[in-house]
Ligand binder design. Structure first.
Ligand code: BDR
Ligand code: CA
Length: 319
């Protein structure tokens, strides 16, 4: 099995990514770490703890990450994220479980470092789906883990316009310096960005199937995702695709099965200045250099992914 750490800003599609990993027999989720973006860190962690309680998986430890960008002393949820993910991060749907469990004492950065050192190369994949501050800090504090860790992140865009502004995608925009530092390491990184995540959708037909399971989990996932679809319809205007994008679940799925995407190897950087701050671009100073450690997903087998995603979610909702 593939050992997974999910670094989430939970978040509707983060919730779907967590659900997908829990529903995947070939995945072993060794920990959930909390970052910020859609929500503040403590809010995301509270969601993670309740979601794990809902799934009866309180054996999985949860760790707190750094709660603000490298260049600021605090973080506030951008208005757009609050609109897209609802006031509670789960589209105003209530997670049908409570828990008294708390995050571990150990920080997410220390947990990532310890885990990367513990497992043989290739066994562990870190899947960041929010701001990259903690993941970048782990690599900075422990350069020795660079050869051991595989990272499959949701973020950025090479060929598509951004979703925060025409240049930048939300996760990268939260901490461009951290993302830039990460892309300058030699780590094995796959970038699952808007290039591919805008090609995979969940529709009202899918939420209907979840609702028809008649279970608490199915109803919750359907309510939450219906909210995301409605907001997408409202905000995307003429660009509405008939559903919501499965950003974070696609990164989780690629972590388990890289064959779902076709990638382009390059040396990436992130603009940290000017109006294009937060944009992921090829690094002009390293573009001809080898090796090219970052693989940017540019094509996706959307049908194979969405079918597997819905099959697994339905099985989870029924169980
Ligand atoms: C990313 O930003 C967040 O809103 C989503 O959870 C996803 O990780 C999409 O740009
Ligand atoms: Ca996210």
């Amino acid at each position: 099995s593939t050992k997974i750490i999910l670094d989430l800003d939970t978040g509707i599609d983060d919730t779907l990514a967590l659900s997908y990993i829990l529903a995947s027999p070939e995945a072993e989720l060794i920990g959930v770490t909390g970052t910020y973006g859609n929500v503040v860190v403590d809010h995301g962690l509270a969601n993670d703890l309740r979601l794990l309680a809902m799934y009866g998986r309180e054996d999985i430890p949860v760790f707190r990450g750094i709660d603000h960008p490298s260049t600021a002393s605090s973080f506030e949820v951008p208005p757009d994220s609050a609109i897209f993910h609802g006031s509670n991060g789960t589209g105003d749907a209530q997670i049908p479980a409570e828990t008294t469990r708390q995050p571990q004492e150990q920080s997410s950065v220390d947990f990532m470092i310890e885990s990367a050192r513990k497992y043989p190369k290739g066994e562990l994949v870190i899947v960041p789906t929010g701001a990259l501050t903690s993941v970048a800090a782990a690599l900075e504090q422990a350069p020795d883990i660079v050869d051991k860790v595989r990272i499959v992140l949701m973020g950025g865009s090479l060929t598509q316009p951004g979703n925060m502004n025409p240049f930048t995608e939300a996760n990268i925009s939260q901490d461009p310096e951290a993302a830039n530092a990460l892309f300058h390491t030699a780590a094995d990184i796959t970038m699952v960005g808007l290039d591919v995540t805008t090609q995979v959708l969940m529709t009202r037909e899918d939420t209907r199937a979840l609702r028809e399971t008649g279970t608490q989990v199915g109803t919750f996932l359907a309510d939450m995702t219906d909210y995301y679809i409605s907001i997408s319809e409202q905000e995307d205007g003429d660009n509405y695709q008939g559903g919501c994008n499965l950003h974070d679940p696609l990164a989780a799925a690629v972590a388990l099965d890289p064959s779902l995407v076709t990638t382009f190897a390059t040396n990436l950087m992130v603009e940290t200045d000017g109006p294009q701050r937060g944009r992921t671009i090829g690094d002009p100073s390293r573009i001809l250099q080898t090796p090219k450690p970052t693989k940017v997903a540019l094509e996706v087998d959307a049908d194979r992914f969405t079918k597997r995603f819905m099959d697994r979610l339905l099985t989870l909702a029924r169980s």
